[in-house]
Write a protein that binds this ligand. Structure first.
Ligand code: SF4
Ligand code: SF4
Length: 128
C-alpha cells in the first residue's frame, strides 16, 4: 500500500464536524509527515519544516501559520492531528467550545490510529 493511500485511509476513518466560525484556538504548531508536506506548495512546505516551526516557537509565535479568521488556508491538506482534534475522548484533543464529532474515538482507538500515523511519519520520507 502506498504512503498516499495509507494517509487517505487514516483520514477517511476520522469523522468531520463544523467548527465555531472564525475560531482557530486549537491551531498551534502542528506536525506534518513528509507526505503531508509534499502536498503543499513549496512556499507553504517551507513554513512547516521542523526548523521553521522551532524558530517560530522560539520567537513566541504559537499560532499555526495557516490559521486565520477565514479558517484554515490549507484545509483540504491539513495534517492528521488537525483532523483528529475534536473527534477523540482524549481530554487534550477536546474542543474548549464543545465542537466535535457526535461519536468520539475512545482513548484506545485514538492510540491505535495515532500509532498508524506515527508509522507513516517514520516512513513517509519515501513519498510515493
Ligand atoms: S476544534 Fe474547537 S477550538 Fe479548534 S478550531 Fe474548531 S471550534 Fe476552535
Ligand atoms: S493546518 Fe490548519 S487546521 Fe491545522 S493547525 Fe494549521 S490552521 Fe489549524
Amino acid at each position: 500500500m502506498s504512503v498516499a493511500f495509507r494517509h487517505a485511509m487514516i483520514y477517511q476513518a476520522i469523522p468531520s464536524f463544523k467548527c465555531k466560525t472564525g475560531c482557530f484556538d486549537c491551531c498551534g504548531p502542528v506536525v506534518f509527515s513528509e507526505y503531508e508536506r509534499s502536498r503543499l506548495t513549496p512556499e507553504q512546505a517551507a513554513l512547516v519544516t521542523l526548523d521553521a516551526v522551532v524558530a517560530r516557537l522560539r520567537a513566541g509565535q504559537t499560532t499555526c501559520v495557516f490559521a486565520s479568521t477565514a479558517g484554515c488556508s490549507i484545509y483540504d491538506k491539513r495534517p492528521y492531528l488537525c483532523r483528529l482534534f475534536g473527534t477523540s475522548a482524549e481530554p487534550k484533543l477536546t474542543c474548549r467550545h464543545g465542537c466535535g464529532s457526535g461519536v468520539k474515538f475512545s482513548r484506545e482507538q485514538t492510540a491505535a490510529l495515532t500509532n498508524e500515523y506515527e508509522a507513516l511519519l517514520r516512513e513517509s520520507a519515501n513519498v510515493e
